[in-house]
Design a protein. Structure first.
Length: 222
């Protein structure tokens, strides 16, 4: 169920800007937008940056609005970075909704594929259509089959074994429809479901190339 901005004046929103050291320019550009200035001025919004660093001593650290997670910063580990982010945020912050947004959305890198991946569309959905809810997002991935997933993984040069995953978790947990990782929202009920399934995220790291957005959807499926 999605909710529009007009209904969220009293809801607490945690915005997680998902990024890495190499995307510092994107973060700076995102912070310079009217959108960032708007949400920063709202009392019910809290905005943090999320990075990974396996060398830190603690499981996570939070300093100067930056959440650093003790895990590898690599594409095939994104599902564990995401799981650790959600777990840490549930312990550190008081919120109703967690909105995850990739810092590089500001670059509009997917415009040639579809405007549904663009920052312009994000603004439209954020302000007019609503992006919040127990599980909502920006760009829908629909009709996800094993073959389609293999094609995606091949384009990323990732080794995956979806058949093994299905044999271990069951076909009912295979997410055919989900929100792409560029931006999605989780409410507290969904947060609790995700946190309870750490082993599922580990399977996605080992068998599915670390596909984080599908891992989140799978945790909420079946």
């Amino acid at each position: 169920m999605k909710e529009k901005m007009s209904t969220l004046s009293t809801s607490k929103i945690l915005v997680c800007i998902y990024t890495c050291a190499q995307d510092a320019e994107s973060v700076a550009e995102l912070k310079d937008t009217d959108w960032f200035k708007d949400v920063s001025s709202r009392d019910n919004f809290e905005i943090i940056e999320v990075l990974a660093d396996p060398s830190i001593k603690e499981e996570y650290s939070f300093k100067n609005n930056i959440l650093t997670l003790k895990t590898e910063e690599s594409y095939d580990n994104l599902c564990m970075k995401t799981y650790n982010m959600i777990d840490a945020c549930s312990k550190l912050f008081n919120f109703d909704y967690l909105l995850k947004i990739d810092s590089n959305i500001i670059k509009n890198r997917h415009n040639r594929t579809s405007m549904l991946f663009s920052f312009e569309y994000f603004l439209k959905k954020f302000y007019k259509e609503g992006v919040f809810g127990q599980y909502n997002g920006l760009t829908p991935i629909q009709g996800n089959t094993v073959e389609q997933f293999r094609n995606w993984a091949s384009s990323k040069k990732l080794f995956v074994m979806p058949e093994v995953l299905i044999s271990e978790i069951g076909e009912s947990k295979w997410a055919t429809n989900y929100w792409a990782g560029g931006c999605y929202c989780l409410g507290q009920k969904s947060i609790k479901k995700v946190i309870a399934q750490k082993k599922l995220f580990q399977k996605f790291k080992n068998l599915m190339g670390g596909c984080e957005d599908m891992a989140v959807a799978s945790a909420l499926t079946g």
